[in-house]
Design a protein around this ligand. Structure first.
Ligand code: FAD
Ligand code: SF4
Length: 329
């Protein structure tokens, strides 16, 4: 039993004042409480942020949306402005977890959720993410759900979120606040690759609170899809997922976004590979070429090597679906 204290914050300033070493914010609690029950995380103090005024979606002057960090995943996915203008985001959110979890989980918490690596949850095994310097049990262990891109000798874990894959494709921005002030983090710089510091999942500083996630005006609402491949049809994390969004002039690709989930420590974007498609025809051959390029440096660890071919096929399938499904916004 690890004793901890609990307070409820009603204002942003109070919330960040209380965020000292050993303290954790709790939002929906769908990940943090599990981690506490498993003894993986042992906060001394919990700051309940559910009453902070961060539960609205607002239109921005630049034509985008600003989503408060405490929006529930379900409320975000079913919000009319998200459904209309960012259906890729809605589709990715609804591919995740279960209705009950999505009703509870918040958007800020979704960004911060931790890996589903089995060894990370098993405190009887070494894990560099849980206990820096102890080793990685997955590299030579059972690594079916692990990374094939961007991994290091220290950690081969993946980021488990679906929502974040769409946010990466849409070039979102994360707004954060601390006692030191406010700042904005481009989404692609929010999550990290493991390197030799896999205990750090992201670039949020220990004293910072996520206040909002901002979407730029461009939502790719006409040609998009989110393909999620998993062991069960529902209520399972992605083995591989792909968020694909296209802008087409006839059959010519004028803009493209492609982000992968389930393959790396962060949602994976490869701009060089995306550029290969700009100005090209939307054909299976061109999609196959981009898939080969994205996976060119992929490396599996035995149990997860199947993901390399799976990811290529998922990319081609997603791009074909995005081309063929015309949703008139
Ligand atoms: C059985 C199960 C299945 C799931 N399946 C999927 C799935 O298929 N796809 C998917 O994407 N997700 C899935 N999830 C994960 C779920 O989406 C996350 O648990 C959820 O999004 C976390 O949000 P929360 O508000 O509950 O976070 P909490 O558990 O409250 O917090 C998680 C972490 O975020 C921090 N935090 C929360 N809000 C803020 C903030 N505003 N600023 C700074 N830090 C903050 C907390 O301190 C904590 O460290 C699943 C979860 C479960 C339990
Ligand atoms: S892959 Fe990462 S999270 Fe999993 S055991 Fe290795 S160090 Fe820990």
């Amino acid at each position: 039993m690890n004793p901890f204290s609990y307070t409820r914050a009603y204002g942003l300033d109070t919330a960040v004042e209380e965020k000292v070493d050993g303290a954790n914010f709790v939002a929906g609690g769908t990940n943090l409480i599990d981690l506490m029950k498993e003894n993986v995380t042992r906060p001394q103090h919990l700051i309940d942020i559910n009453h902070l005024p961060l539960q609205e979606i607002e239109e921005t002057e630049s034509g985008g949306l600003r989503m408060g960090a405490l929006m529930r995943n379900a409320d975000t996915a079913y919000h009319p402005l998200v459904e209309q203008r960012y259906p890729l985001l809605a589709k990715a959110i609804l591919a995740g977890a279960s209705p009950q979890l999505r009703n509870m989980a918040t958007d800020g918490g979704n960004l911060m959720q931790r890996t589903r690596c089995y060894y990370f949850y098993d405190t009887a095994t070494p894990c560099n993410k849980r206990e820096p310097g102890s080793g990685c049990s997955a590299i030579n262990g059972f690594n079916r759900i692990h990374a094939i891109l961007g991994h290091s000798e220290s950690c081969i874990a993946t980021h488990p979120s679906d929502m974040c894959v769409a946010l990466a494709a849409l070039d979102a921005t994360v707004h954060v606040k601390s006692k030191r002030g406010e700042r904005s983090i481009p989404f692609l710089e929010f999550h990290r690759l493991p390197g030799d510091t896999p205990h750090l999942d992201n670039t949020l500083q220990a004293d910072e609170l996520i206040t909002a996630i901002e979407l730029p005006a461009k939502g790719f609402a006409d040609h998009y899809t989110y393909v999620k491949i998993r062991d069960r049809q529902s209520y399972a994390f992605a083995l591989v997922s792909v968020a694909a969004a296209l802008e087409l002039d006839g059959t010519t690709i004028t803009d493209v976004r492609l982000a992968l989930g389930g393959v790396a420590h962060k949602p994976w974007r490869d701009m060089q590979a995306e550029n290969l498609l700009k100005g090209k025809q939307a054909t299976r051959e061109n999609f196959q070429q981009v898939a080969e390029s994205i996976l060119a440096n992929a490396q599996g660890f035995g149990h997860n090597t199947f993901k390399i071919e799976l990811a290529k096929r998922a990319i081609v399938r997603a791009l074909l679906e995005a081309t063929q499904n015309e949703h008139k916004s």
